[in-house]
Design a protein around this ligand. Structure first.
Ligand SMILES: Nc1nc2c(ncn2[C@@H]2O[C@H](COP(=O)(O)OP(=O)(O)O)[C@@H](O)[C@H]2O)c(=O)[nH]1
Ligand SMILES: [Mg+2]
Length: 299
């Protein structure tokens, strides 16, 4: 077919390919979430449902890309780590970054009612997330990146937990701020303990450490091996974490060992995946008997 005379404009398109053999971290972050959380009356400083919604959206991204080694979420942000050898979209930056942001956002909308129905929180305006891709050449750089994000949630959460307890005890926002000015972590722990009887280490771990998402082989209820995206709540700064999950840094280290879900089986991310499987199975058995009722799941 003859080219139209307009076709030359295609040459203006520029394509940036992400450096080979380096870890690609795509991090999304909620735009103006300070306001978004206030408008939707999210609990302060942590809203468990809002965090679970972020986790469900993160799960959707891990389900879509099998080259993600680990996901990590806290507050209104999520990091997705693509393997060094990932060939997704031939490592084209624009494609990857925009696709992750758009999928995360639509998944956030998709799971909203499931999470908030019980609380009747209607979405008041559409949320959006920005995204960036950062390359890390060494495993150490990657570990330090994730440690940086986990240290961030620790610093913010200790501050916010102390701040909102002071406010709940009657201090104005500005007095609480003044009270905390120049305090060390140990001072905040002391305020929490002596004034409010709170041992910070007993605060829910999802608030203190954020959520790690890993693809794992687990045992199904029928005793079959299956892959699930599993949320775990651990300290990823320690060497012990990397020894326990060697497949993150080295795909070949994948063992046949089955991951024991333990109490994380009750996490919405796990429950959702199991429910989808159940519905699929039910749909399949119906179609087998000629009564075709297709499940409309996205997964
Ligand atoms: N109430 C509430 N707010 C949250 C929660 N998680 C995140 N946020 C808000 O989201 C903001 C995220 O920080 P940042 O991205 O720097 O702010 P942004 O520019 O307004 O999105 C926090 O400062 C909080 O105001 C939550 O669980 N509850
Ligand atoms: Mg934000």
């Amino acid at each position: 077919m003859a080219l139209s005379r307009f076709e030359y404009v295609k040459q203006f398109e520029q394509e940036e390919k992400l450096l080979p053999n380096s870890w690609i971290v795509v991090r999304i972050d909620g735009k103006g979430f300070h306001r978004f959380c206030n408008v939707h009356s999210f609990s302060k400083p942590n809203d468990l449902d809002a965090l679970q919604l972020m986790n469900l959206a993160g799960m959707t991204v891990l389900q879509e890309f099998n080259e993600i080694a680990i996901g990590y979420g806290q507050s209104d942000e999520y990091s997705f780590v693509f393997r060094r050898e990932a060939s997704v979209y031939q490592r084209r930056r624009d494609k990857l970054v925009s696709y992750v942001a758009s999928l995360f956002t639509s998944a956030y909308m998709f799971h909203w009612t499931r999470v908030f129905d019980g609380r009747s929180i209607a979405m008041r305006y559409p949320p959006s997330f920005d995204a960036r891709a950062v390359l890390y050449p060494t495993d150490e750089n990657l570990r330090d990146y994730l440690s940086w994000r986990q240290a961030d949630v620790h610093v913010n959460n200790l501050y916010n937990t102390t701040f909102w307890n002071l406010v709940a005890s009657g201090l104005s926002n500005s007095d609480a701020e003044k009270r905390l000015q120049g305090t060390l972590a140990s001072d905040k722990n002391e305020i929490l303990f002596s004034q409010f009887g709170i041992n910070y280490n007993n605060e829910p771990i999802i608030y203190r450490k954020g959520t790690i998402l890993l693809p794992k082989s687990v045992l199904s209820s029928e005793g079959k091996k299956q892959r699930l995206i599993v949320p775990i709540f651990e300290d990823l700064i320690s060497d012990a974490f990397w020894a326990k999950h060697p497949e993150i840094l080295d795909k070949k280290a994948k063992t046949d060992e089955l991951y024991d879900l333990g109490e994380n089986e009750a996490q919405p991310v796990v429950r959702y995946q199991l429910e989808v499987q159940e519905r699929r199975k039910a749909g399949m058995s119906k179609s087998e008997t000629g009564n075709s009722l297709l499940a409309t799941d996205h997964s």
